[in-house]
Design a protein around this ligand. Structure first.
Ligand SMILES: *[C@@H]1O[C@H](CO)[C@@H](O)[C@H](O)[C@H]1NC(C)=O
Ligand SMILES: *[C@@H]1O[C@H](CO)[C@@H](O)[C@H](O)[C@H]1NC(C)=O
Ligand SMILES: *[C@@H]1O[C@H](CO)[C@@H](O)[C@H](O)[C@H]1NC(C)=O
Length: 220
């Protein structure tokens, strides 16, 4: 089991956001914003690496000394649709001891609400506020950068998790699973649809990635 080891920076990086400012100097400003985001991500990784001890054997003094436990999900809490052995008891014990817990995942196919359902289905009582997914991280980034005020919309390459998180912050979006069956018109005179109101593209894990979506990535 991974203990107190954050993969939040991994979560942030698993879903990349290309944000565009409406102004003429848009691409310059957006790449600066992205590099600001990455430098924060890297510096937090560095400080985590400096402070987090790796457990090599069961440590007797771990419980009294550690107040916050951050868990990765896939392969740590569950594997596919099965909870990993020992997890229910471990979480119950930590909660009974009053420890704070967070559950992070770089898989953006589900929203926090979607993950809450998954925890429920595995019989794990985890409050929604303890769940951090890369779908949420992408939406939180747009919220922090006041994307909504631009009046623009988001093109999604990814799944319902990203869409649900965008709905929660009231940012309009299209693409995602709805474009799963589309094909670009490559016949003579075929043109790619282009919506000039797109201000950002969010790319996450997408089990129905296709040539149409790749084309949309190039368009935007
Ligand atoms: C990047 O960060 C610097 C220092 O924190 C800040 O002055 C600058 O405005 C930021 N740039 C963007 C595009 O967010
Ligand atoms: C992300 O989650 C989905 C849904 O649970 C799963 O099918 C997919 O394999 C996961 N992706 C990765 C890369 O683990
Ligand atoms: C999450 O990160 C792990 C480790 O880097 C990687 O194997 C996995 O494919 C990532 N999952 C997604 C959905 O990108």
């Amino acid at each position: 089991m991974h203990i107190a080891r954050s993969s939040l920076s991994a979560a942030l990086m698993a879903t990349s956001v290309r944000a565009f400012s409406p102004a003429a100097s848009s691409s310059f400003r957006s790449s600066a914003a992205i590099s600001n985001l990455s430098s924060r991500t890297f510096s937090s990784t560095t400080s985590l690496n400096a402070n987090v001890l790796k457990l090599t054997e069961p440590a007797k003094d771990l419980l009294p000394d550690v107040d916050v436990f951050i868990f990765d999900c896939d392969g740590v809490i569950w594997r596919g649709d099965s909870v990993i052995e020992g997890i229910p008891e471990t979480l119950e014990k930590l909660r009974a001891l009053g420890k704070k817990m967070y559950f992070v995942t770089n898989n953006s196919t589900k929203s926090r609400k979607g993950y809450k359902k998954k925890f429920d289905s595995l019989g794990l009582d985890v409050p929604a506020e303890e769940i951090f997914s890369s779908s949420f991280a992408a939406a939180a980034y747009l919220e922090q950068t006041n994307f909504k005020e631009s009046g623009k919309k988001v093109y999604v390459v990814g799944e319902v998790g990203i869409q649900e998180e965008l709905d929660l912050i009231g940012v309009p979006h299209f693409g995602g699973p709805e474009d799963g069956g589309k094909q670009p018109d490559m016949g003579p005179g075929g043109a790619l649809p282009h919506d000039s109101d797109v201000g950002a593209v969010i790319v996450g894990f997408d089990r129905n990635i296709n040539y149409y979506k790749f084309n949309m990535l190039i368009v935007y």
